[in-house]
Write a protein that binds this ligand. Structure first.
Ligand code: SAM
Length: 336
């Protein structure tokens, strides 16, 4: 039985950030000017061990968690991350383990190791097929070709379905929407367009920089007519659309213009064991302290029951000029 919150939303998903570090400096996530050489990243001793993460995930299944996603920062910069996957797979009640990555470190060998350990699915972020645009967005001069190679490695390893996340930021890559759609249509790879979100306080978010889902859909529909598809399950993040000519589907994650808080079943654990009940969270619950102060499984479980049971977040539904300024957790701390 899943524990429900104050709006009767059950707990189902745990997103685990395994590191706050990343080898990219995406302009909408970890802008270089802020996340530079002097940025206070977490000291290693503060980061949860694989054993601590696994213990929490196991306890959380008692409240309904059945799906896990490893994220970051960049999850593949955490050494031997496949060992964590292998530990999580053993937890009774976990049916699905996925990862979101920028793909930069996804060699053929790594993809196979992840698959062998039990990773089922992978989402790879790619904001443009144009090298100059992509490099200007990742801000570390990383080329498109290497991400395309990572996608091939994921496919070859059987990490299916492979999904591609494209954050659309006005004036940066919105002119590449059709090129991305064309590249992935008919391949079985599911492209998802993500509205630029006001996560954290450091990415200089402005409403003018958001390309609304409606505009993205109209752009695609004018080229290849599309129609909506029923969600796979209640609480699915991306709204599903398909090409009427049978060339597959794509998704839209429109947290800004079409909020989906009403169905949100996700809880998020930062690399240092702080639990957030919303991507736009302002309040952390310190599970690392419980783990390291010798709390029992029952005590940790009761704490989660209280946190989720009292949850009333619906940030995206309440978004306004005032909420944008709230002191929110950074995306690099809790992942997407
Ligand atoms: N480093 C990994 C990656 O790049 O996929 C995982 C972490 S990253 C924070 C997860 C996803 O969040 C990526 O697809 C990224 O593009 C997206 N993202 C980051 N900041 C965002 C923002 N402000 N608005 C929308 N999506 C964002």
């Amino acid at each position: 039985m899943a524990t429900t919150d104050l709006f009767n939303r059950p707990l189902r998903d745990l997103r685990i950030s395994v590191t706050d570090r990343c080898n990219f400096r995406c302009v909408y996530c970890m802008p270089k000017e802020i996340f530079g050489a002097n940025y206070p990243f977490l000291p290693h001793a503060d980061v949860l061990t694989f054993e601590e993460i696994t213990r929490l995930a196991r306890i959380f299944t008692g409240h309904g968690v059945e799906k896990l996603r490893l994220t970051g920062g960049e999850p593949l910069v955490r050494r031997n991350i496949e060992d964590l996957v292998a530990m999580l797979v053993e937890i009774e009640g976990i049916h699905d383990i996925a990862m979101t990555t920028n793909g930069s470190l996804l060699s053929a060998k790594k993809a196979q190791a992840l698959k062998k350990a039990g990773l089922q699915r992978i989402t790879i972020s790619l904001d443009s097929l144009d090298d100059a645009v992509f490099k200007s967005m990742n801000d570390v001069n990383f080329p498109v070709a290497k991400v395309l190679a990572a996608i091939d490695n994921a496919l070859a390893a059987g990490l299916a379905p492979v999904k591609i996340d494209m954050v659309v930021k006005r004036g940066y890559n919105d002119d590449g929407i059709l090129a991305m759609a064309e590249h992935f249509r008919g391949t079985g790879i599911i492209l998802r367009f993500i509205e630029f979100m006001d996560v954290g306080n450091t990415n200089g978010w402005r409403m003018e920089d958001v390309v609304p889902a409606r505009e993205i859909l109209d752009t695609i529909d004018a080229r290849w007519p599309i129609e909506p598809v029923e969600p796979n399950y209640t609480g699915e993040v991306a709204a599903r659309w398909r090409y009427r000519d049978g060339q597959g589907e794509f998704g839209i994650i429109a947290s800004v213009t079409m909020p989906f808080c009403g169905n949100c079943t996700r809880v998020r654990l930062s690399a240092d064991g702080q639990l957030y009940t919303c991507l736009f969270g302002t309040r952390a619950h310190d599970f690392r302290a419980m783990l390291r102060d010798g709390a029992s499984d029952d005590e940790i479980s009761s704490m989660l029951g209280r946190v989720w049971g009292n949850r009333a977040d619906r940030y995206s539904e309440l978004r306004s000029k005032n909420t944008v300024q709230l002191k929110k957790v950074e995306m690099s701390r809790i992942g997407g």
